[in-house]
Design a protein around this ligand. Structure first.
Ligand code: GRF
Length: 203
């Protein structure tokens, strides 16, 4: 399967997926890595692996529809089968999402449906949660609300701050995301009737 990865920053999840491919845990082709930020370190990570890497930044005042159209055009040139959102910090239009429905996944740093949106680690701490984590889900038009494919949980300790908690979550992200990419590439996981299925069992 040809995989496109969309990023905005560090790209540690991208790195984890590339590493999994290098050691043979998964078997995909990286079609392209696209960042909406020029200075995303993840672009350098992709270049280091010889993967086409490009920055596609929004023009001042550009509409979401216009940006998403350019993004779609850029992606089309690389013919991806699967779109992996790995810290891509832009909301995608419904039209874009529908185009890739069932073929696009995101990783979100919370135990969805808890805490869609931003500042998830702070929210978990503020609410005194005993556990927190990350979720990989299919992308559907409603932000961070698509069917969950896989989650990882971590404990929240009394002395945690956002840094310590987010680091603990990040480590787990790096193990669950490559696994989901593997399942997708093998067509073991699917979006059917608004639900995620693994090996023909509803998740
Ligand atoms: C991760 O915490 C992910 O859950 C969130 O953005 C962050 C991306 O981190 N959506 P990285 O760029 O992969 O290091």
């Amino acid at each position: 399967a040809r995989v496109a990865v969309l990023i905005s920053g560090q790209g540690t999840n991208l790195q984890a997926i590339m590493d999994a491919n290098t050691i043979g845990d998964i078997d995909v082709e990286f079609a392209v890595v696209i960042s909406n930020k020029e200075d995303a370190y993840g672009l350098i990570r992709a270049e280091q692996q010889g993967i086409p890497a490009l920055a596609l930044t929004a023009e001042a005042g550009e509409s979401r529809a216009s940006y998403d159209q350019r993004l779609h055009q850029a992606l089309s040139e690389y013919q991806p089968d699967i779109i992996v959102l790995a810290g891509f910090m832009r909301i995608l239009s419904d039209e874009f999402v529908e185009r890739y429905l069932g073929r696009m996944v995101n990783i979100h740093p919370s135990l969805l449906p808890k805490y869609p949106g931003l500042n998830t680690h702070q929210k978990a701490i503020d609410n005194g949660d005993e556990e927190h984590g990350a979720s990989v889900h299919f992308v559907t038009p409603q932000l961070d609300s698509g069917p969950v494919i896989l989650q990882a949980k971590v404990p929240v300790f009394a002395d945690d701050d956002v840094t310590s908690l987010s680091e603990r979550v990040h480590v787990q992200e790096h193990s669950i995301y490559p696994l989901v990419v593997k399942w997708l590439s093998q067509q073991r996981v699917q979006l059917k009737d608004g639900q995620a299925w693994l090996d023909d069992q509803p998740l």
